[in-house]
Design a protein around this ligand. Structure first.
Ligand SMILES: Cc1cc2nc3c(=O)[nH]c(=O)nc-3n(C[C@H](O)[C@H](O)[C@H](O)COP(=O)(O)OP(=O)(O)OC[C@H]3O[C@@H](n4cnc5c(N)ncnc54)[C@H](O)[C@@H]3O)c2cc1C
Length: 545
């Protein structure tokens, strides 16, 4: 039977869409199938509270995407298709119970001055950390953008070793193995300054005491200080629409409301997919699955087709704590106790301190609702005022490090509840915490939308148990172990079947990396095969001649 497509991509998460763009740009006939009625996966915006109030339902901070190789190549074409973004030069702050706060802006001197007023030694430690960032960030970002394992990686490692020298490499390895607490304790003195960096750890699943957890918060804290924080103008879905237009303009197709039931494998080679409605779609060059790693063994692929050891590894793949989203439509800006200036920051973390983060993280793993949940208060309207009419605002509140399943509740009211029944009551507690930092905020809430961990998974099956990062990012599941050394470089043991997405290297976030790297390597492989065919034709012709 003739194939319908060169490549079929399962899942229109941003990595699936990015892979489709790269392949279609090289002339491949691609089809993306998406189970939902809208593309984008965890990148989606909508008027979920009141008309005219545009909320980013899940991801909002586009810094990783804007720093990606994919964006460097396609920014012009995305802009032509309506994608623009807004950048805040006040990326993040932390607020504390006594009305104090600390904030980081792109103006280094202002940031240092704020820290100096707080404690001169914090300003000194911050400068030293920034110097460390300037020394090692190039090597780390190159690692982040390279396939693992690869020659590219070895080359950049050798370059890093040459430019950093022995001392610099030791410093880099020490950083790579540190926990967030070890890093901040080394350089900073006050609890307020320490949590300014450590809060970022919980955006993945790096509680303060997780070894190897320091690098992400360190890079995020200082790269945001360099570049600010960006969101899509008019809503995250504008970026998704631009990606989809790029695909269709290049001859690709996108099928929505189309769930892939299984990958069809013939003679050890992926030949296409079957949809849940029974339709069979064939592809002769690649099937790329933008799915959670466990989906491969959860029915998408016949277990008979996979080696036993890989099955075991995938079944042992661990998901991290859950996330909950609360979207507020506000009639006015947030009445921060710490003053109006706090209203300028794209994110305000409310933890309050490092020990609270550690307790919250341990509680999440043990199934306990936290006493002090970490709130990431995203002031989207401060970055992109077009999201709500007049002085009104949309507020994006992410509650990180929650238990996927609630076993116990310190207040004794929600013990053993399912998230579907507990979400609204827990959201009330979250708003109470916010009210203590912003007295009067509950009076200006015009509407709210609460998305519990179960809602997250219902919307996107890759967010298993409400885990926003599709699998723990701890060292045992990072680098070549994400999701398994047997699936490195996005290949599977089945010919022509590839896996991309947050569950593969370099992991979660809008980094556009796995989709880009996998598609790029397919294009390169085809070019190589084409060149060697030409060469052998030429050689046999030359021999005959
Ligand atoms: C609440 C939340 C907030 C976040 N905030 C940020 C942020 O601000 N910045 C940031 O960089 N990152 C953020 N992240 C992380 C980031 O959004 C994700 O890591 C990223 O979107 C994952 O992209 P992906 O390509 O792996 O696919 P996903 O976004 O997971 O999408 C996968 C798609 O595949 C579809 N699919 C799966 N199986 C099938 C099937 N069998 N058939 C058809 N379709 C299928 C799903 O329906 C889904 O649409 C956040 C995540 C969440 C959940």
């Amino acid at each position: 039977m003739d194939a319908d497509y060169d490549a079929i991509i399962i899942g229109a998460g941003h990595n699936g869409l990015v892979a489709a763009v790269v392949l279609a740009s090289s002339g491949w006939k691609v089809l993306v199938v998406e189970a939902n009625d809208s593309p984008g996966g965890a990148l989606l915006s909508g008027e979920v509270t009141l008309p005219g109030y545009v909320h980013d339902l899940f991801a909002t901070n586009l810094n990783l995407f804007l720093g990606s190789r994919f964006f460097t190549e396609y920014s012009g074409q995305l802009a032509e298709r309506g994608f623009t973004y807004r950048t805040s030069s006040f990326p993040y702050a932390n607020a504390f119970p006594d009305r104090r706060w600390l904030g980081v802006s792109t103006n280094l001197e202002d940031t240092l001055e704020r820290l100096r007023r707080h404690h001169p030694d914090d300003a000194k430690g911050w400068s030293e950390l920034y110097e460390l960032f300037q020394r090692v960030s190039k090597a780390l970002f190159t690692l982040y953008g390279s396939p693992i394992p690869s020659l590219d990686l070895l080359r950049s490692f050798a370059l890093a070793a040459r430019s950093l020298g022995k001392q610099g490499m030791l410093e880099l390895f020490q950083l790579l193995s540190s926990s967030p607490r070890e890093l901040v304790d080394t350089y900073l003195v006050t609890e307020e300054a320490k949590v300014l960096i450590a809060s970022w750890g919980l955006h993945l699943d790096f509680g303060p005491d997780v070894s190897g957890g320091a690098v992400f918060p360190f890079l995020e804290a200082f790269s945001d200080m360099q570049v600010g924080m960006s969101v899509a103008e008019g809503g995250a879905s504008r970026l998704v629409s631009a990606l989809c237009s790029l695909i269709t303009d290049k001859g690709g197709e996108i099928l929505l409301g189309a769930e892939a039931r299984r990958v069809i494998v013939k003679d050890g080679r992926a030949a296409g997919i079957e949809l849940v409605d029974g339709r069979i779609l064939l592809a002769d060059k690649a099937v790329i699955a933008n799915v959670a790693p466990t989906a491969l063994v959860g029915g998408l692929v016949d277990p008979e087709e996979l080696p036993g050891q890989l099955l075991g590894e995938l079944r042992r793949y661990r998901y991290g704590p859950a996330t909950m989203m609360i979207h507020l439509a506000l009639s006015d800006p947030v009445p921060w106790a710490g003053g109006d200036e706090l209203g300028k920051f794209a994110y305000v973390h409310l933890a309050p301190y490092l020990d609270d983060l550690a307790r919250t993280y341990a509680d999440a793993l043990a199934g306990r609702l936290p006493r002090e949940p970490l709130l990431v208060v995203g002031q989207t309207s401060a970055v992109d005022p077009s999201r709500a009419p007049g002085d009104a605002q949309v507020l994006w509140i992410q509650v990180r490090a929650l238990p996927s399943k609630i076993r116990s509740d310190p207040e004794g009211q929600l013990d053993g509840y399912e998230w579907d029944n507990a979400a609204e009551a827990f959201a009330d507690r979250v708003l109470k915490k916010l009210e203590s930092h912003a007295p009067g905020i509950t009076d200006i809430v015009q509407d709210r939308e609460v998305l519990s961990p179960s809602d997250l998974e219902r919307y996107n099956r890759n967010l298993v148990g409400g885990d926003s990062i599709t699998g723990s990012m701890h060292l045992r599941q990072n680098f070549v172990f994400r999701p398994s050394p047997r699936l490195s470089r996005y290949k599977t043991p089945i010919d022509n079947l590839f896996i991309v997405g947050a569950g593969t290297w370099p992991g979660a976030g809008l980094n556009a990396a796995s989709g880009y790297l996998a598609a790029h390597s397919l294009v390169m492989r085809e070019k190589l095969i084409g060149t060697s065919k030409h060469l052998s034709k030429y050689l046999s012709f030359a021999r005959r001649g």
